[in-house]
Design a protein around this ligand. Structure first.
Ligand code: ZN
Length: 307
């Protein structure tokens, strides 16, 4: 079931403010983050993950997430979302009245132990409780499975392990299941296969995809997900992001490249590409380096081609 409004066929959730910025050592001020939010919103981005409630010592870039969400206040037409990791995060989310939260665990036991210092089974148990608590508080909840398409430590991940974890999340009342290719190990066929299995098992549930472009298959995987029925995709303006623990890790599919792909096929995203470039410009200027997204390079180059 994909209950998006009739004018927008695709929902792109921009995560530049969270997944993109979290590994940047240059700390953005709340004012800079508000500016980026406004640029994304004015381009037509309808869901924006603005930060995470993680301990400020672990991810200093996310320290002022509460302040940012309070400053943004109630937004019309754009859903503000934040990532929570535990009960303390839920408490902080409730204190600043964020309407939508995301949470996720790894399907890979080794990845979970390294990343969350918990076995995958324990992490899933904790997340099930957290989903229930958040739903009881009236929040909209998206729960995700990291490394759903493969793990750098364990190799391939079985579809049955993903389905079993999704079953637990569903029984806790989750609104959306996010399948994450954290390591960029998916390919269009594994995307199609897993999405079909999850949607067959849970036909009433929204499925979203979180695709890292580590091996250059981000857009191909996104299109495969679309063909398999997915209508919600995580993206990052400029393709910002990566992971210090995964060799060669790249960010999510660049928002502008995803917009271009869908719009060029006549599939509406609700996002204006030209306006969106303002957000990419802003990030490149603030970080003083070009970002990986292709559409920025195309749009800013002179129309000369000699070969
Ligand atoms: Zn990610």
């Amino acid at each position: 079931m994909q209950d998006l409004d009739s004018q927008t066929s695709i929902l792109l959730e921009d995560e530049a403010l969270r997944d993109g910025l979290q590994i940047e050592s240059q700390l953005f001020t709340v004012a800079q983050k508000i500016e980026l939010f406004k640029l994304l919103k004015s381009a037509g981005v309808r869901r924006i993950q603005v930060g995470s409630f993680v301990h400020p010592k672990i991810v200093p870039q996310m320290a002022a997430t509460d302040e940012l969400i309070k400053a943004l206040g109630k937004q019309h037409d754009t859903v503000i979302s934040a990532l929570i990791l535990n009960d303390k995060g839920l408490e902080r989310a409730l204190a600043c009245s964020v309407p939508h939260v995301s949470m996720s665990v790894s399907v890979s036991d080794t990845h979970s132990r390294k990343n969350a210092r918990k076995s995958a089974a324990d992490a899933l148990d904790s997340m099930v409780d957290l989903i229930k608590n958040a739903r009881n508080q009236g929040l909209e909840v998206r729960a995700g499975l990291q490394s759903a398409f493969g793990c750098v430590y364990e190799g391939s991940i079985s579809e049955s392990a993903v389905l079993a974890a999704a079953e637990r999340m569903m029984s806790a009342g989750v609104d959306e299941i996010n399948l994450a290719d954290s390591t960029g190990m998916a390919n269009p066929l594994t995307i199609r296969s897993l999405v079909h299995k999850v949607s067959e098992r849970f036909p009433e549930t929204r499925i979203s995809l979180h695709l890292h472009d580590t091996r250059g298959l981000g857009l191909a995987n996104m299109f495969s997900g679309y063909e398999a029925g997915v209508r919600i995709f995580d993206v990052c303006a400029g393709g910002l992001g990566g992971c210090p623990f995964i060799k060669g890790a790249a960010g999510n599919v660049p928002t502008e490249d995803a917009v271009h792909m869908f719009e060029s096929m006549g599939i509406a995203t609700g996002i204006d590409l030209k306006t969106l470039m303002g957000a990419v410009d802003f990030l490149e200027q603030a970080l003083e380096r070009p970002l990986p997204g292709r559409m920025k390079k195309v749009s800013s180059s002179e129309p000369i081609c000699n070969s």
